[in-house]
Write a protein that binds this ligand. Sequence first.
Ligand SMILES: Nc1nc2c(ncn2[C@@H]2O[C@H](COP(=O)(O)O[C@H]3[C@@H](O)[C@H](n4cnc5c(=O)[nH]c(N)nc54)O[C@@H]3COP(=O)(O)O)[C@@H](O)[C@H]2O)c(=O)[nH]1
Length: 776
Amino acid sequence: MRTSLVATILAMAVIGVVLVVVAGEFYRDLALDNQRKLLTEIIEMEVHEQLEGAQQRAIEVGTSIRADVSFRQALEQHQSPRLEAALVRYIERHAPMFARLNIKRTVVLDKDFRALVNLELSPSVSSSDVLPCHAQIERLKHGPGNGRTAHSLLCPVDGRVYLGTLMPIGSDPVQGYLQINTDAALDIKKLEKLLNTPLLINFTDGVEAYRSPQWVERSAAGATLRIDHTLRDARGDAYLLISLIFDVAAFQQKLKQTEGLILMGAALITLVAVLIALLLLQKTTLQPLGALTQQLRLVGENQDHLGEQVRVSGNKELCQLATHFNAVSTELRELYQKLEKLAFTDALTGLPNRELFYDRLTQLILLARRVPGQFSLFVMDLDRFKYINDTLGHQVGDELLRQAGARLHDVVRETDTIARLGGDEFAALLPKVVDTQGAIIVAERMHAALAEPFIIDGHQLNSGISIGVVMHPYHGENQHELMQRADVAMYHAKQNQMGYAFYETEIDKHNVLELTLETELKHAINNDSLKLFYQPKIIVDSGEVYGAEALLRWIHPERGFIPPDAFIPMAEQTGLIHPLTKWVLKTAVRQAKQWHERGMMLNVAINLSAQSLRDPGLIETIESTLREVDMAPHYLTLELTETAVMSDPRRALDILTELDQKGVMLSIDDFGTGYSSLAYLKQLPMDELKIDRSFVMEMDKDKNDAVIVHSTIDLAHNMGLKVVAEGVETDQAWHTLKALGCDMGQGYFMCKPVDADTFMEWLDSSAWHPPKQQQV
Ligand SMILES: Nc1nc2c(ncn2[C@@H]2O[C@H](COP(=O)(O)O[C@H]3[C@@H](O)[C@H](n4cnc5c(=O)[nH]c(N)nc54)O[C@@H]3COP(=O)(O)O)[C@@H](O)[C@H]2O)c(=O)[nH]1
């Protein structure tokens, strides 16, 4: 831009100089014209002066003649010859004067303008018949004043120009008139000397009256200036052309010098103007534009420069532009900050999000590399969030996340970062917590804060939190290691309900196996690696088979048999328990239907974990499965441990009541191992109670266990419940139970859990006979 502006200014300067040159030419022509006018005026004036002088001299001569006595007497007597003689004498007496004054004719008129004497003086004095300047006489005759004063007029006479001067002789009355004719050309010729310039006098008919010896027709271009002046007669007709040639070379030279000076001056002024224009341009336009361009470049390179104000002075429009630029820049900065906030803030909790957390973690790691230091990193997961979210809805879940985030934020320092990584996963970055003790204090504070119930939508919710803790640099030096190990520690804490756990290599190994198992279990649900084994439940009184408990088995293609105790807790923690339970339910009900179709009306029992009670789709799944297979609900028993029921008693009551109403049989499993009270259990719509195998297996040896089994049977009967004894391993135990009035037995003594085919074989071959119809 600078270059184009400078080029424009220079172009304007060149145009300026060209204009000055053209104006100079014009000025020169004008000056020459003025010179011509001036010379013309001078010539006019000089011609007039010469003719005036000639007139004056003629008057003086006339006056002198009039005074001559013999002339006067002759005039008075009207004697022409005497008058002529007197005049000739006078002329001869004054011949030198007449010659000097170029007097060519002298005419005497009477008072009536009749010519009395007409003398021609050149070359000698002689009388003439032709009156010169007759027009003058006519004009005087008819003009005002009737010729009482002297009067001159130019008249052409025989190829010459006479200046006729007519004056009265005598006064009051006028006796006559005297006309003195001088050769005007000879008077005009004096201009040659006076003006010191060649002269040419021409008659208009082309006859040359006079030509200076120095007269040249043409001269070097522009060196001379020819001025023509026309003399007119009494009628106004041109008859004499006076031409003068002036040497204007010096004048031209002077003009050229002036022109050169003007040109130089103009160039100098243009140069100064250009420099001033450039300076002004620099100050008022280029500098502000440069400042704005520079700021734009800085903003383009780094948005941190947004909002910086550019101060410019000079051009009004550019100042306005800068004001608008600054306003837009400020708005953009605010917008950018908002966008940045949105990009780095978790919309639900208002906490920093995963991106910002990772950014801060990276910064801390980089800082620790320059200034060796330690810090703590926590990865946290809310307990029971999924259940709360699934059962009470997303709005309650969202509010729980908000409140949990706020509580975590409240128990750390300003310099710490609490972020929500997604779902119910939070993380903390504690730059000042540099040792294990400090981390423990913060973890316990967080744990305590989250242990308090949440009141949301009128619900009192118990959630809690599991925290995995790592210390930089002991547990990892980069972001991936630290996050992954904090995750492992958190998973360990959750699994073991520890609240918080520090990372240890051993946990990691264990967790790796668990994580692998989790993935494999997902696949196992969809292929043939899972199997249901069945263990009969036998009516003690009749020895008939009442039904069978379905027990899950995982025959891993590489690891072999995996017992349910090894993967069911993991399935419960990961949520896999829901598809797993669904699979067990469908498989068991279909199997029962097959028994029924073969005439054996057996009941099938499946185990439900605590999580299954929280599955909002549980009842619908059970109903649809029974409907699909077309089996009466009382052929299905759902076994729930005391612990599962007690984890959420209110919900357990609701679900179990509904299931009871649908006609499904309900059983309390592993009774005696939990902390439930019979008073509470009494409120539940249960059908049977299973005494935990640990008591049954030892009752013949341990009196306490025998007392527990005995009193449990009595209490259950009092509550209207059937009693099933698990872990019947011996004939003695079987008989003891029979003696105690136990309703059913289950254990290795009768049959171990076996696959479906083996179970059928067992039914066909064993001493324990299957029922022909449902017994209970
Ligand atoms: N939620 C679900 N839990 C399930 C499912 N399948 C099994 N389980 C639970 O796993 C636990 C272990 O079960 P398992 O290894 O199958 O053990 C059962 C029997 O094999 C065992 N048993 C039966 N009789 C005897 C005996 O005489 N002696 C002896 N030492 N053990 C015996 O008892 C287990 C049956 O327990 P229970 O469920 O309490 O009736 C166990 O807690 C299962 O509940 C599943 O599909 N879902």
